[in-house]
Design a binder for this molecule. Sequence first.
Ligand code: UDX
Length: 449
Amino acid sequence: MNIAVIGCGYVGLVSGTCLAALGHQVTGVDVDTKRVAALQAGKVPIYEPGLSEMILQQTAARRLGFTTDLPAAVRDSQVIFVAVGTPPSPNGGYDLSMLFGAVENIIQSAESGKTIVIKSTVPPGTGEKVAQLAAKSAHRLEVVNNPEFLREGTAIHDFMNPDRIVFGAGTAEGLAVLREIYQPLIDKGFHILSMGRASAELSKFGANAMLAMRISFINELSRLASAVGADIESVRMGIGSDPRIGPAFLKAGIGYGGSCFPKDVAALVHQMESLDIEPHLLSGIEKANQQQRQHFVTRVLDAVAGGGKPVIALWGLAFKPDTDDIRESPAVDIARMLAKAGCTVRAFDPEAMENTRRVLGDAIVYATDVHAATTGADAVIVATDWSVFITQNWHGIKQIMRGTHIFDGRNCLASGKVSAAGLHYHAVGRPPVKPGGGREGTVGVVVAG
Ligand code: UDX
């Protein structure tokens, strides 16, 4: 099938490339001429494991191409995916101007029989508005919703092995087109959920809000754990072993970030309030998320107080490992707060340095590697759980530090290894461990009996 994907950002690039790998003929369209030129030259503007290689494979196989010519791509395609950005608007909702701009352009160029697939995350009701716009055109166009649930860092795997493929179709014809597109995945037995447009849209928001709520829940509980001498890692297992609950997304830490959770939770609150529905639970999720990082910074500042100007080694800037994305990253916020409090912040991240420099400028120091960030530091903060941080030699780290405090903002280190090197280990919602006081073993494992 000939498919145009409007928007060569994160979702558009991953979806378009994977659709090509499923055997479709895909044209990626973007208004950014530099981006399109780079993609045509085989340069991929975002970091996502495996994506560059896959784009090169699919372009070499002539199943994937890139252009700025939207009308031509629409004319040549039977299906047009809309994957443009839907950034947050200042009022807490979604800024849908790019989405509706793209839709207007598509409608102007599309003849009857084409299907518009909304892939961008959009608030419930948006698909219906797009369908009404399409209905006003001279041609008969289908509009369907097909929200994307992929996670950054594992995006290709998630697209190719979806937990569910959600179809939000207004008509049987729209549904049939979506089925044809995803037939290779349907043949492999992946799960299709067919529903109305608004239900598909709300499924995406609901899933993200639920996951964000679990993180804020465990983080709130981690504060209580610290106050009563409990270990939140043990509690997580005590809670998550109940099959009705499960252990995923119950990892305490400095909180969530990224382009989805903060924006989607805010948009749900905004939409509910605009409909006079009180968002009791939802309105607390982001508040708890923000407090978690502030509380963490306070603990770090308390530990390094009393000397001269504190030097903090900040390990990690991306909102999670295996991405260069720093949008709403708690690590970047923590860097900002520490710098504002008068600390010298020396940061290192395997992928997110350039993106951070664009946002924080000279407020912090950008180190060339872990050791350069850590030499002479009073404290180390692990803010992103990259494996390169987890596998450090702690004896070596102790030797180059000025102080002895390791703050594990992701509860990802083995306290035994850290403390055996003569370091103080501070996690989130876990009792602090003095030098030599930790136990070997995987983090959080509770031994029976
Ligand atoms: C998320 C959803 O998982 C995905 O389905 C949706 O399509 C987009 O939003 P993503 O933003 O890539 O994906 O990140 P995700 O892996 O979900 O992690 C979000 C944040 O939560 C990260 O900052 C992560 O560190 C944090 N997190 C996750 C925790 O703090 N604790 C956990 O237990 C899990």
